[in-house]
Ligand binder design. Structure first.
Ligand code: PMP
Length: 431
């Protein structure tokens, strides 16, 4: 019996998990013991963390690397001639190379170090402004997170552009049949998510890239939900620019990246100015440093760059393929058990192999916020709301959904706890 089974009665008919040990056949939780936060209790119950799509938890090796940076190496980067400054700069540049290798990018200059996926997508949109003319078209999709929608809305408003969107089918997939009409000879940019943070849908990025490139459009991919969870190879996707955050793949907060082809990055104008992003400055003129430093104005989050390689080490130790298999197993199990509860609408494709490790659902009898609060009372952390995808929720016809999302540390027991929690919430509301 797990401590959770002892704290709550194990659900009838479900065999208790033999334990949370690494790779346990029944529960499948991986590397749990390396994530110290998973040992804590919430409201007197063991924490069941099902909110990794918002941010994943951090393994000890990442926490230790960040602390080690402040204990042993702290200095500002790219300036100063002393030993600590050189060490900090090395760590910062090593992270760039490590991210490049992880994503199959050949040149480290193709990796821009920023504070988040949101910052990266704002750089992509803002940086392209000077190349766009009124009437030019941007194509987004109906399943974008606001981070990959609002920067394009703002750009379109400012530059007089036309913003179009590829709709979402009732099955939660992109309506690719509409692509030929929506891609026109005015389309300059196609911006789409790799994995939807609400539907879980894995989009056929390479296919869309090929169609966009035939029209001469540049493709920006939001990989916030895919990097670290499914194999992502920048060259294989064929995209021009790709954005992601470290904190969703077991790395620290405050760190994100824009990865690009040399040609695409060369087209971008900086959107933030100051610090080391310049080559020369006079009282009334400035020239930019080379790519990528021209996009990295101000003091970066060096401690986070010192820590992130440890997260990528963990992913590579297990292999992203194994992590993916694990998430497919959890998602399939959760889909089955949530469906069996009855009365819930589950969003996105039913096939776990066609989706990332998350499931959004709603119960017409129970508001998602109430459900999330009652789950929290049972120690189960899920997210409820519009998940920064209001247009998609409008399309789904609901104001809010609850979302359970998985990481390598999650187990089938965690899914069982979710199911028991939903039963409990329903009993409280008498539904
Ligand atoms: N895109 C997607 C698909 C996301 O899920 C998120 C985070 N919820 C983001 C972009 C933005 O990431 P960040 O908040 O780390 O910038």
């Amino acid at each position: 019996m797990t401590s959770r089974d002892q704290a709550l009665n194990a659900p009838a008919g479900v065999e208790p998990c033999a334990g949370q040990r690494d790779g346990c056949e029944r529960c499948g939780g991986l590397a749990r013991e390396r994530f110290p936060i998973l040992r804590r209790a919430v409201h007197g119950l063991p924490l069941v963390y099902l909110d990794s799509a918002a941010t994943s938890q951090k393994p000890e090796q990442v926490i230790a690397a960040e602390a080690r940076y402040y204990r042993e190496h702290n200095a500002n980067v790219h300036r100063g001639m002393h030993a600590l400054a050189a060490e900090a700069t090395d760590l910062y540049e090593q992270c760039r190379r490590r991210v490049g290798r992880f994503l199959g990018v050949t040149r480290p200059e193709q990796v821009v170090t920023l504070r988040s996926a949101t910052a990266a997508l704002n750089l992509a949109a803002g940086g392209l402004a000077h190349r766009l003319r009124p009437g030019d078209e941007i194509l987004v999709t109906g399943m974008e997170h606001h981070a990959n929608l609002v920067p394009w809305i703002a750009l379109a408003r400012r530059e007089g552009l036309v913003l179009r969107h590829l709709p979402v089918t009732d099955g939660g997939e992109l309506d690719l049949g509409r692509l030929p009409d929506l891609l026109t000879d005015r389309t300059r940019v196609v911006a789409l998510t790799h994995v939807s943070n609400v539907l879980g849908t894995i989009n056929p990025v390479a296919e869309i890239v090929a169609a966009a490139h035939r029209r001469g459009a540049l493709v920006v991919v939001d990989a916030a939900q895919s990097v670290g969870h499914l194999p992502v190879n920048f060259a294989a996707l064929g995209a021009d620019l790709l954005a992601f955050s470290a904190h969703k793949c077991y790395g620290p907060m405050g760190l994100g990246f824009l990865v690009g082809t040399p040609e695409a990055l060369a087209q971008l104008e900086p959107v933030e100015f100051g610090g080391e992003m310049i080559e020369t400055v006079t009282m009334d003129a400035a020239t930019w440093a080379a790519v990528p430093l021209r996009f990295e104005a101000g003091t970066p989050h060096v401690a986070a760059t010192a820590a992130f390689p440890a997260a990528l080490d963990l992913v590579e130790e297990y292999t992203v393929e194994r992590l993916r298999t694990h998430e497919i197993s959890l998602t399939g199990y959760a889909w089955e058990r949530l469906s069996a509860l009855g009365g819930l609408t589950l969003h996105g494709p039913a096939d776990p192999a066609a989706r990332g490790g998350l499931i959004s659902f709603h119960d017409p009898q129970l508001h998602a916020h109430d459900l999330a609060q009652l789950l929290d009372a049972r120690g189960v952390a899920v997210r409820a709301g519009h998940h920064c995808a209001q247009p998609l929720h409008r399309r789904l016809g609901v104001a809010a959904t609850a979302r359970a999302s998985f990481g390598l540390y999650n187990s089938h027991d965690d899914v069982d706890a979710l199911i028991e929690g939903i039963r409990y919430a329903r009993s409280v509301f008498g539904t």
